[in-house]
Design a protein around this ligand. Structure first.
Ligand code: PLP
Length: 408
């Protein structure tokens, strides 16, 4: 038997079923009218934000990285909980605007922003995190043409990366950000061009569970921001320190020591270099805010045995859960937290693989895990489904289409 990932703490059982937000899985599915279904818990999101607020220094603002989960009710909930929103496309700009979020709270990073996306963002008053000198030139030209002073920050490609990070996004040659040594010249150029220069965006990696590594990266980020500010001869109004807080997905993963991260950051902010004395700071988080709030529910449509191995075949799959299937940036396939939702907490009775309905061997949600015996009609839960599930899976593969989504 292979181990399953850790089920996030705090999920209850009602009548032998998994409950989310105080409601049984079968009731949630009945309300949605179909499976597969993503259920996100408002209460869990709010609790996570509260934990962050109490652990992090008060002066550090909290941004939500929309790409983790852009479901409209989630964005509306976030609007009352976090300070800012980080988007990475014109499509996400449309989504945050539709959710009633003030564009002044929004910053826009990401390589390959088209002219129409730049124009929409500049005219709405969104801060652009510039990814290159070429993008800066296009943004300045568009702003001049439409007669708006653009809000421009510079995304820095740092000369370090977040250790133990699941996805490295800084250090060495990268499509993201402007190489640190070229940043001061770009800042001077933006100021000379009359832009509203908003500061720096420095993001060094994602999915880190090691508090010491995050603290070290934050210290390096502050030092880099101070150095670049001094070289540019300008005080950055704001520095986005990145994020990278990870959640446990796999067997053996331990939750991040948030108190340690907050304490280290507090100490660093108490001894800021003079060049950052009037700077506002924020961090940007996606999966840490919403990942553990979400559960993917899928129905068992078949149960079969092949060469002695049990397959629980569901109506869901990698088209909604690419990461859980092990096909989204993982090197070695390991099991996510998966359970039989309609027999939650029941004792393990057999070894089984949970597979999806797609006609490809890649479509495996759990490999040789230990489960209570599941029958046709049972519900399977994949946990940690609140981030990069619906938003980062190929829903149209094999003509399947998107899953239902619900915020409770
Ligand atoms: C994806 C991304 C995030 C969010 O990453 P998480 O691991 O979900 O917290 C934050 N900032 C930038 C620039 C990103 O690209």
């Amino acid at each position: 038997m292979k181990p399953l990932g850790p089920v996030p703490a705090g999920f209850a059982t009602i009548d032998g079923e998994l409950a989310i937000g105080g409601r049984k899985a079968s009731d949630l599915v009945a309300e949605a009218g179909r499976t597969p279904l993503f259920v996100y818990s408002r209460e869990r999101i709010a609790a996570r934000v509260a934990e962050l607020r109490s652990a992090l220094p008060q002066q550090v603002a909290l941004n939500y990285a929309v790409k983790a989960n852009p479901f409209a009710p989630v964005l509306q909930t976030m609007s009352g909980l976090v300070d800012g929103f980080d988007i990475a496309s014109g499509g996400e700009l449309t989504m945050v605007t539709a959710a009633g979020i003030d564009p002044a709270r929004v910053s826009f990073a990401g390589p390959g922003k088209r002219d129409d996306e730049l124009e929409a963002a500049i005219s709405a008053g969104v801060t652009l995190n510039l990814e290159s000198e070429g993008e800066a030139a296009r943004a300045l030209a568009i702003a001049a043409r439409i007669g708006v002073t653009p809000r421009l920050a510079v995304r820095v490609n740092p000369d370090f990366d977040l250790k133990g990070s699941g996805m490295k996004m800084g250090g060495g040659a990268k499509p993201f950000g402007v190489d640190a040594e070229r940043v001061p010249a770009l800042v001077k150029h933006l100021l000379a061009a009359g832009a509203d220069w908003r500061g720096f965006h420095i993001f060094a990696g994602s999915q880190a569970l090691d508090a010491a590594a995050i603290a070290e990266t934050q210290a390096q980020t502050l030092a880099l921001a101070a150095r670049l500010a001094a070289e540019a001869g300008a005080m950055p109004p704001k520095v986005n320190l990145g994020g990278g807080f990870g959640i446990p997905y796999f067997p053996g993963d331990e939750p991040l020591d948030l108190a340690a991260v907050g304490k280290a950051l507090g100490a660093q902010l108490e001894q800021l270099p003079a060049g950052l004395a009037n700077t506002a700071f924020c961090i940007e988080l996606g999966r840490y805010l919403v990942g553990e709030s979400g559960v993917y529910l899928t129905r068992v449509v078949d149960r079969k045995v092949s060469h002695g191995e049990v397959y629980i075949v569901t109506d869901g799959g990698l088209h909604h859960q690419l990461a859980a299937s092990g096909n989204f940036g993982t090197v070695v396939r390991r099991n996510y937290p998966v359970a039989i939702a309609s027999r939650f907490g029941a004792p393990v009775q057999e070894e089984a693989s949970v597979v999806g309905c797609l006609c490809t061997p890649l479509d495996r949600l759990a490999d040789k895990g230990g489960f209570p015996r599941a029958e046709v009609g049972d519900l399977v839960a994949v946990f940690c489904a609140g981030a990069y599930g619906a938003s980062a899976s190929p829903a149209m593969f094999l003509g399947q289409g998107p899953a239902a989504e619900m915020l409770v």
